[in-house]
Design a binder for this molecule. Structure first.
Ligand SMILES: NC(=O)C1=CN([C@@H]2O[C@H](COP(=O)(O)OP(=O)(O)OC[C@H]3O[C@@H](n4cnc5c(N)ncnc54)[C@H](O)[C@@H]3O)[C@@H](O)[C@H]2O)C=CC1
Ligand SMILES: CC(C)CC(=O)C(=O)O
Ligand SMILES: [Mg+2]
Length: 351
């Protein structure tokens, strides 16, 4: 029987619909070549629906999403909606409810791609960011609200269960790569959470004698990321540090418009979600200048996760070919300026 892929599509806000359109174009082409039938289910979620109906994510939406094998998401967030309403109520709710405990964010500098790095070297690492805990749990609140004595708290929740499954995933990944794992945290100050992470890394490390592991405080990690990024292979870190570090990783590898991510539930009991690292970029929405490559690279992660590695490899190769074209044009002194749609079309052609 022919394989089918039931995909939930959440284009979202700002540039989300623009980049998802291109991601879907590439996905459709890659699946067609493999004889896989794509059943797409578009969900009207995000700012427009919220402003129209007051709804963010209903039980019915969740049921329709849970029915799918995977989710392709653009971005969530709109200046017309108070900050956090959609980010927490929609994006984080999806990640938490679907138990996306691994937020996988590869960072690779393609040859010749412009980078702000003085000495680029070999930049090819993966950030394994914990996805369901930490400071993003929503534990906290305010007291004496609106007074000069207001107190606001935001509590970072770290469980041994949550940290261990993330660390274990990162060690597995490291043992399939160069065998080097770095824990990034701030255990010199965040002694409780950092202490737990460091202890669990030491414990799990005993099972992986083939993986060398070290430690880096988050503040120093932001330095090394621009001065010596080749020191990293697999970084494992918490939700907030991983969020910040991966925007920086995007910036050093050619721009945030190239950075892909997968929100994975490795147990496969719920659909995993693939999305660019960037947000809804309201500053460029509607201008057709957004780079869809991050979304297309997220499609490659989706294909790989869904056991279509050959198709994933082909999409990656098409992106590499497009990167080479960019590099050639830049080296010749006439950098390519293409619309979102043209970049998508060019990558489809390269497939
Ligand atoms: N996963 C998600 O849905 C995320 C949502 N957000 C939300 O997005 C909104 C905007 O947040 P910002 O902090 O401005 O972050 P952002 O990532 O949307 O934009 C940061 C900068 O990167 C540029 N940029 C982003 N994507 C690009 C692309 N594909 N091609 C070229 N340039 C690109 C933007 O123009 C902007 O200058 C907020 O509402 C925020 O909460 C932010 C990050 C992730
Ligand atoms: C908007 C946040 C909830 C998410 C974010 O910035 C990210 O996951 O990179
Ligand atoms: Mg982010």
């Amino acid at each position: 029987m022919a394989r089918t892929l039931d995909l939930a599509v959440i284009a979202g806000d700002g540039i989300g619909p623009e980049v998802v359109r291109e991601g879907e174009k590439v996905l459709a082409r890659a699946l067609r070549d493999e004889g896989v039938q794509l059943n797409r289910r578009e969900l009207d979620l995000g700012a427009e629906r919220y402003l129209r109906t007051g709804e963010i994510l209903t039980e019915d939406d969740m049921a329709r999403i849970r029915d799918c094998e995977a989710i392709l998401l653009g971005a969530i967030g709109d200046p017309r909606v108070p900050s956090g309403v959609l980010e927490r109520g929609l994006l984080l709710k999806l990640r938490f409810d679907l138990d996306h405990y691994i937020n996988l964010r590869p960072a690779k500098l393609y040859p010749g791609v412009p980078t702000p790095l003085a000495a680029p070297g070999d930049v090819d690492f993966v950030v394994v960011r914990e996805g369901t805990e930490g400071l993003y749990c929503g534990q906290g609140g305010t007291a004496r609200t609106g007074t000069p004595h207001e107190v606001a708290t935001e509590v970072s929740v770290n469980t041994a269960y949550g940290v261990e499954r993330t660390v274990r995933y990162a060690f597995e990944l490291a043992s399939s790569r160069s065998g080097h794992l770095t824990l990034v945290h701030k255990h010199n100050v965040l002694v409780h959470a950092g202490g737990l992470w460091a202890r669990i890394v030491e414990e799990v490390a005993r099972e992986y004698p083939n993986v060398r592991h070290d430690y880096c405080h988050i503040d120093a990690a932001t330095i090394y990321m621009v001065t010596d990024p080749s020191r990293f292979d697999v970084i494992v870190t918490d939700n907030l540090f991983g969020d910040i570090l991966t925007d920086e990783a995007g910036a050093i590898t050619g721009g945030i418009g190239l950075a892909a991510s997968g929100n994975l539930n490795p147990t496969r009991t719920t659909p995993s979600m693939f999305e660019p690292v960037h947000g809804s970029a309201p500053d460029i929405a509607g201008t057709s200048t957004a780079d869809p490559t991050a979304t297309i690279a997220s499609v490659a992660l989706l294909l790989d996760f869904l056991d279509l590695p050959e198709q994933a490899r082909r999409v990656d190769a098409a992106i590499s070919a497009d990167m080479a074209r960019r590099a050639e044009a830049a080296a010749a002194g006439s950098p390519l300026t293409r619309s979102t749609q043209t970049i998508g079309d060019d990558i489809v052609k390269a497939l």
